[in-house]
Write a protein that binds this ligand. Structure first.
Ligand SMILES: [Zn+2]
Length: 234
């Protein structure tokens, strides 16, 4: 538990160039992302989160390990067909720290996950997220050369920590969220209170004027304050 908390809270990613930590915009938009990590033991989708997302459809992105995709192929395929939902690359086997891998192993981790995600969804990922957020200039360059944009976060919810209860998840989201933020939660059963917090977390942001946007298209063409209303009308 403590180690996962540290992984999320201490990951020194924001200092590195070439890692996206927010959508560059002043418009009140946020992107909802979930990590679906799987190293060894088979993990499964958090059914409570899926129920919330079914009741309140939103654009969201799942950064999934290739092994998670392999072991949850039917649900991954179903989700990937929903409007605004994308499955992106979170490595094949979720190594604890990519900085310890050789260049060849990094390329292999990225390629295997790409292949599995494309096999299941029909779409090749364009984004990548490092397990635990651990990265340095070398590993960023190696992954960058595979053609993926690396997407992390400006602040992490820390939902794998049991002590962070639903009320805290909601209140920290309301307090910390700024325009363009990329929210990170866990959908592989690692989030203790995530499903419980999600409805109020979504309502809290929407009631404060935030719109949930598709991460991929928002990074391609960041929403501007002026065009946000006209986009809605299309
Ligand atoms: Zn992960």
């Amino acid at each position: 538990m403590i180690s996962s908390l540290l992984l999320l809270l201490a990951a020194p990613t924001s200092e590195l160039a070439d890692i996206v930590t927010r959508i560059p915009t002043r418009a009140p938009v946020v992107a909802l992302t979930f990590d679906a990590c799987q190293a060894g033991r088979t993990m499964h989708f958090d059914e409570g989160i899926l129920r919330v997302l079914r009741a309140h459809p939103l654009p969201f992105t799942v950064f999934a390990s290739g092994r998670f995709v392999r072991d949850n192929a039917a649900m991954i395929a179903t989700l990937s067909k929903l409007p605004g939902v994308h499955i992106e690359n979170h490595s094949w086997s979720h190594p604890a720290d990519f900085r310890l891998l050789s260049d060849d192993d990094i390329v292999r981790e990225v390629a295997l996950a790409d292949q599995e995600i494309e096999r299941v969804t029909g779409r090749k990922p364009t984004l990548f997220r490092f397990p635990g957020g651990y990265a340095d200039d070398r590993v960023v360059a190696v992954v960058g050369a595979t053609g993926h944009r690396i997407v992390h976060w400006r602040w992490a919810e820390g939902d794998p920590a049991r002590a962070i209860d639903a009320g805290q998840l909601v209140s920290q989201t309301n307090e910390r969220t700024r325009p363009g933020d990329i929210l990170i939660l866990h959908i592989n059963g690692r989030g203790w209170h995530t499903a419980e917090a999600l409805p109020a977390l979504i309502d809290g942001l929407e009631s404060r004027g935030y719109q949930f946007v598709e991460l991929e298209s928002a990074l391609e063409a960041p929403p501007t304050v002026a065009t946000r209303e006209s986009k809605k009308d299309r």
